[in-house]
Design a protein. Structure first.
Length: 133
């Protein structure tokens, strides 16, 4: 919709993530989630593939990431393999890819064993993830 020469969107808000308050209460189901410890992060990630599911428009964007035991990392996106390295520090997993600098995020788990991820920049916005060995 155009108004006074400005394009306005009358789009419905599509939730891209689940909100969580500082005490870890998930907004969508009232359950609590806690951040994984550094030891838990190392145990869960080494040798695993983590897949984030993020709704984009009318489809879900699935981004698998492979965390190898030797600290190497591969993200599969747009028919490309993007390589890098990862470390676990300050309670977060931090990834350095060849195409961009370090990116850190938390991984949380609820009482049912469902995993979520959030960036260090937006720690209250959670995206569901699966972790497979």
């Amino acid at each position: 919709v155009w108004a006074a020469g400005v394009l306005l969107c009358a789009c419905a808000r599509v939730p891209l993530a689940t909100d969580v308050n500082p005490s870890g209460i998930l907004a969508d189901n009232g359950e609590t989630a806690r951040r994984l410890t550094e030891q838990e992060l190392k145990q869960q990630l080494a040798g695993s593939t983590v897949t984030s599911i993020v709704p984009v428009g009318l489809q879900d964007l699935s981004t698998p990431e492979q965390f190898n035991r030797d600290g190497t990392y591969i993200r599969y996106a747009d028919n490309a393999e993007i390589e890098g390295h990862y470390t676990v520090k300050d309670g977060m997993v931090c990834v350095n890819e060849v195409i961009h600098p370090e990116y850190c995020r938390f991984i949380l788990v609820d009482k049912n064993g469902k995993f979520y991820t959030s960036s260090s920049r937006f720690p209250t916005r959670l995206h569901p993830v699966t972790i497979r060995r």
